[in-house]
Design a protein around this ligand. Sequence first.
Ligand code: FAD
Length: 282
Amino acid sequence: MSHSDFSIEFYPPKTAEGAEKLRVTRVRLAALNPKYFSVTFGAGGSTQQGTLDTVLEIRREGHQAAPHISCLGSSRDRLRAALDEYRSNGIRRLVALRGDLPSGYGAVDFSSGEFRYANELVEFIRAESGDWFHIEVAAYPEMHPQAKSPLDDVQSFARKVQAGADGAITQYFYNADAYFRFVDEARKLGVQVPIAAGVMPITNTMQLLRFSEMCGAEIPRWVRLKLLSYGDDIESIRAFGLDVVTALCERLLAGGAPGLHFYSLNQAAPTMAICQRLKLQG
Ligand code: FAD
């Protein structure tokens, strides 16, 4: 493996203290030489400034950075302004998503608004800025929770790629077979772009179970039972999680995954431990 094969995701910090912690995290993770760092975008565009500020800071530190950009609840004018801002700052890579509306919006009619799905956002970015941006989109080996069926979901994924995406990053999962199957099905639909596997380090049982419930990632029963059996014993949770996730990554890479994308949750140690075991540092 070389440094070009993995990326690391952050979320924009909400406080000055969080920003300082993230700087320290970044210095440690930058030593691994990832291909780029990506920075998420809050539901309904609630952290656009935070995303931009964090991305610019990463670039000033000399690293590649990719802002996430989402379209649900946004407008053509707002997205055009965001794209212009990124272009004028020399940003060349985006992670393009539909996004989710912030909680508290009540029942949402996804058919209203200027954008309904991520393929429309990808089309818009290409129409506005040609080939300026390298665009990554999301993929769901275990199916997006709102999809009508697995087939429908992989077809929607293929539509985003046809709209002009250069690559994809998956939702995290702990079942390598789901990933390999999804990649095979996408290839059969003509998708040729690299599909990097999203990797969530395991550090906190309750947080993991809560996230996974929301985003539709399955925690295998034996993994869940083991994690729950450790209670508050953080060291055992982390040691077991490191074994499980490293084995998953080894299998993914051996099976041809073109890259890994780590959901760092702004912590350095869990991602570093996995990369070190995999000898991923550049
Ligand atoms: P889409 O690809 O539009 O799919 C959404 C749903 O609609 C799916 O069920 C799909 O099957 C269906 N669908 C798609 N197109 C059609 C169509 N034409 N007709 C009918 N059905 C269709 N969220 C954030 O708010 N901020 C972030 O920064 C962020 N980063 C993420 C990064 C990664 C790598 C991933 C995997 C997810 C991220 N998310 C983020 C979460 C993401 O926004 C949600 O999962 C969202 O619900 C779907 O976004 P999408 O881009 O995959 O949507």
